[in-house]
Design a protein around this ligand. Structure first.
Ligand SMILES: Nc1ncnc2c1ncn2[C@@H]1O[C@H](COP(=O)(O)OP(=O)(O)OP(=O)(O)O)[C@@H](O)[C@H]1O
Ligand SMILES: [Mg+2]
Length: 326
């Protein structure tokens, strides 16, 4: 994939309300959003905001409500109650839709078309002029790493190529907000890195990216802020740094872990997990490690190591949604 060029498409649409709205407002503002499918409540009172230019990660287990949220932001699903705004406009407003690019999670493309034809179709739907299409389509194909494959039919594309052309149709009109639902699920590690680089390049030019992903390491590499959703509720949100930094933890390896040692350690913090020879302890201050290192030998235990642990996003995620169902 190649660098994003500095050439830009003309502002579209030109109506003043839409232009004014998108200049000043939050990229996404969701408040009190609820969606019920019959008896089943997919979203309960969802609240979140995304600033313009952010790469925002939306994480949650299967069935948590991620795709439902994206569909509401696109105006494809009507919320039962609450509000969803995109650059200050109601998500159901066609003006909002024009500012958004979307890559669905399980998309099917018209596979009798060539890559070029598919992008022509989407660029046409987005009102790009013939002249704009003539330079933008080859540029977008280059951006997603399909530079010389645009003349081939989609039925001959590999899974990874289909994912790339899906991404190309999402950005062909240079949207202000890109909604990506699991954008790298079909890609190999090289393709994933290329998509990450592309997302960073788009973000550096001011595109806001809302990313649904199960790939926590990917979210960790890309996102400024995240929200973790479970059973239709945001259970945690914030800057990624703050979430993974969080409260300190200690990993203690010793000759034997029994009920007595767990009770001793319980005086210093919360036992997060343990096995026969190690304990992971959540503490409020990591300096308590030196006291633990003195107390355990006095109680007859041999300590092999006692080290602070850097939490990963996966640790945070698992801690919050453990026990969740499909
Ligand atoms: N059209 C629908 N009719 C009935 N229930 C639905 C519909 N769409 C979604 N649901 C339900 O709403 C809940 C949230 O679904 P959603 O697709 O938003 O989850 P998700 O977080 O995107 O999951 P996944 O990670 O598996 O893609 C699920 O329980 C799902 O079964
Ligand atoms: Mg989904």
């Amino acid at each position: 994939m190649q660098a994003v060029s500095t050439r830009s498409l003309a502002d579209r649409p030109t109506d003043l309300v839409t232009v004014a709205a998108r200049e000043s407002a939050l990229a996404i503002e969701v408040s009190g959003l609820r969606k019920a499918y019959g008896q089943h409540v997919a979203l309960h009172d969802l609240n979140l905001t995304v600033e313009p230019g952010e790469v925002f990660g939306f994480l949650g287990p299967n069935g948590a409500g991620k795709t439902t949220t994206i569909k509401i932001l696109l105006g494809l699903v009507r919320p039962t109650s609450g509000q969803a705004r995109v650059f200050g406009l109601p998500a159901s407003d066609p003006g909002a839709r024009r500012l958004v690019g979307y890559l669905p999670e399980n998309f099917r493309l018209q596979d009798w078309l060539t890559g070029n034809e598919l992008l022509e179709l989407h660029a046409d739907l987005a009102n790009l002029t013939r002249e704009e299409r003539a330079w933008r389509i080859p540029e977008v194909l280059r951006l997603v790493g399909l530079g010389d494959r645009g003349h081939e039919r989609l039925q001959s594309y590999s899974k990874g190529m289909l994912q790339r052309i899906g991404l190309a149709q999402a950005i062909v009109h240079n949207p202000r907000l890109l909604l990506l639902d699991e954008p790298t699920s079909a890609l190999d590690p090289i393709g994933r890195r290329e998509v990450r680089d592309l997302i960073r390049a788009l973000s550096s030019r001011g595109t806001t990216v809302f990313l649904n992903s199960h790939l926590l390491s990917e979210v960790e590499m890309l996102c400024d802020r995240v929200a973790i959703i479970d059973r239709g509720r945001v259970v945690k949100s914030g800057r990624l740094d703050d979430l993974v930094r969080g409260a300190p933890e200690l990993m203690i390896t010793l000759d034997c872990v029994d009920a007595d040692v767990l009770a001793v350690l319980g005086r210093f913090g919360r036992v997060l997990s343990h096995d026969l020879t190690s304990v992971r302890l959540g503490v409020t201050d990591a300096s308590v490690a030196s006291v633990i290192a003195e107390v355990l030998p006095r109680s007859g235990y041999r300590v092999y190591s006692l080290v602070p642990v850097q939490r990963s996003l996966e640790d945070v995620f698992m801690g919050l949604v453990e026990g969740s169902r499909l």
